[in-house]
Design a protein around this ligand. Structure first.
Ligand code: ATP
Length: 478
């Protein structure tokens, strides 16, 4: 079913990204148009962000990679799209109303900040303070006893704001798959095992958001529920752990030595889970969750069957019996992948005595694949370059840029992770050739304009190869 297990490398061998990387990414993202603070002209709003022209393109590429791996290349997973606001009974049945809470503590000292009790040690370590001491990570003030804080955002449907009209913004997309299990089963006549997947916005009133876009209050998830016969769940859980780890390395080019699978301890497991592994990435602030993979057993379908009174069982024709399927769930956030890719791709090099910032993004996630640059603003060059870019548009994610010096334009393209740049110069008018400059090695080749698209296709394929090589090996960067 897959390419075999991918083991995590020993922690000691791993080179973490530089400690100040997040600050650099925040300013690069703003300057180049990846990420902006939400409603910034009003001072912003905590843990909410907007995505700029490049960020929006990159997020779409991330979603497309996931969609391709989960839906297009497989014949056992169906896509759906469900509403953000659902009948509130969904969240009673799922356990979210009673239990989707984090332990909250307040600082009684100088700063009066609120913290997640289970994050205190990490937050202190990040600030260079003793993680063993239970005190405010900011000002060392005394902390209150922990109390449970429900993370679901509430609102009302209709004109009357009373308890009967109260609803929630979904904190995960998964429940949309569970409550539609019977609908999808009837509509597609699927047999186990099969999956239902969706991608969409989720909302959590996080107590201690932070680290740029790592923990947001509004974010986007890509989740898949893989329904299977009880008894086959453990094997499928192992399969999906390998498969998802493989996806990050091969399809997104994430460095394998900064990825690991971390099994949840018994006390850490969610109420619905029999087993869970986090795919973790070594961020500048330490190993943290990138994706969660859980064996949710038959908890959700059974709970919805009980609460709704509807039959959510599956008739197993081979065994001639009805079963409630078990579920394996890989769940990941688009924003979480986004920050991972920025951390993973960022590199600074010295080139001829100058600093070069380069993003080694995989060519299928980079917001621009091919930049078309006339050497100068001379009309003849711009005209040829403009026409070329127009011709290449249907096949590649292109950008035309005639501003500033060619050196500065190369630097900009390196910074936004564009794998290939085409330069149209004065010789182009005579020899009908252009120069293709490749991002990582900065090598240049001269190719004829006729057949340029095929040459670019080949070069992008090589770029994919380099990305995989970088991900699988352990070249230094960051
Ligand atoms: P935590 O315990 O860190 O609060 P979680 O384990 O509850 O998070 P899941 O419910 O497993 O998170 O969510 C699945 C995935 O959705 C996560 O792996 C992450 O990629 C993404 N995600 C969850 N919460 C957030 C958030 N607040 N901001 C951005 N992405 C998130």
């Amino acid at each position: 079913m897959n390419s075999g297990p991918i083991h995590s490398p020993p922690v000691a061998a791993v080179e973490a990204p530089r400690a100040d990387l997040i600050d650099r990414l925040v300013s690069l993202s703003k300057q180049r148009g990846f990420v902006f603070p939400s409603s910034e002209i009003y001072g912003g709003i905590n843990a909410l962000y907007d995505f700029g022209p490049l960020g929006t393109r990159m997020r779409r590429n991330i979603r497309n990679r996931w969609w391709r791996a989960m839906i297009e290349l497989r014949d056992d997973i169906e896509p759906i799209e469900t509403s953000i606001i659902m009948n509130p009974q969904v969240w009673v049945a799922s356990g979210h109303v009673a239990g989707f809470a984090d332990p909250l503590v307040d600082c009684t000292g100088r700063c009066r900040k609120r913290w997640r009790a289970d994050h205190i040690a990490n937050e202190r370590a990040e600030r260079g303070k003793d993680p063993a001491v239970v005190a405010c990570p900011e000002c060392d003030g005394r902390l209150t006893e922990a109390r449970q804080f429900n993370l679901m955002f509430k609102t009302f449907v209709g004109p009357v704001e009373d308890a009967a009209a109260q609803v929630y913004l979904r904190p995960e997309t998964a429940q949309g798959m569970f409550v539609n299990f019977a609908n999808v089963l009837n509509a597609t006549r699927r047999r186990l095992p099969f999956g239902i997947a969706q991608n969409g916005r989720s909302f959590r009133n996080e107590i201690s958001p932070g680290n740029f876009i790592f923990r947001l209050r509004e974010f986007e998830q890509m989740e898949m529920e893989y329904f299977c016969k009880p008894g086959t769940d453990e094997e499928l859980f192992a399969y999906w752990c390998d498969e998802r780890l493989r996806w990050f390395i091969e399809d997104l080019g994430v460095r394998r030595d900064r990825l690991r699978l971390r099994p949840h301890e018994k006390g850490e497991l969610a109420h619905y889970a029999k087993a869970a592994n986090d795919v973790e990435y070594l961020f500048p602030f330490g190993w943290s969750e990138l994706e969660g993979i859980a064996n949710r057993t038959d908890f959700d379908l059974r709970a919805h069957q009980e609460h709704s009174g509807r039959d959510l069982s599956y008739f197993d024709a081979d065994a001639n019996e009805r079963v409630i399927p078990y579920v394996i769930e890989p769940a990941v956030g688009v924003d979480r992948i986004f920050i991972t890719l920025l951390c993973d791709a960022y590199d600074e090099e010295e080139v001829r005595g100058e600093k070069r910032v380069v993003m080694h993004l995989h060519p299928d996630v980079a917001p621009v694949q091919v930049a078309v640059l006339p050497l100068s603003k001379r009309a003849e060059l711009c005209e040829v370059a403009g026409r070329l870019e127009h011709e290449l548009r249907p096949r590649f994610a292109t950008e035309y840029d005639e501003t500033q010096s060619i050196g500065r334009r190369y630097r900009r393209q390196d910074e936004i992770g564009t794998p290939l740049a085409i330069t149209v110069d004065f010789d182009s008018l005579e020899d009908h050739g252009v120069t293709i400059r490749e991002r990582d090695g900065m090598t240049q080749v001269r190719v004829p304009m006729t057949g340029l698209a095929d040459a670019l296709r080949d070069q992008l394929e090589e770029s994919r190869g380099r990305s995989l090589h970088r991900a699988a090996g352990s070249e230094s960067s960051g």
